[in-house]
Design a protein. Sequence first.
Length: 75
Amino acid sequence: MTLLEMSRSYRDSADAIHGRILELRRQRPKDPDQALRLRRRIAELTPLWREARELALLTAHYYDRSYHKHEQYTL
């Protein structure tokens, strides 16, 4: 698998996670326990979404000389 293929895969994953987050945000549970679980699930998905977006960008531009890599993913 090439880095560009990985980038597309990360982008597709990020889109799917974001779609799920939006779907969860549209729900309006009446039960406070359900509302808490819903907020917790959104909070768990948000970092996964952010990482997938960052990795998609990193892998897409890994070999570009002008691209400044995200410090979190450099050695």
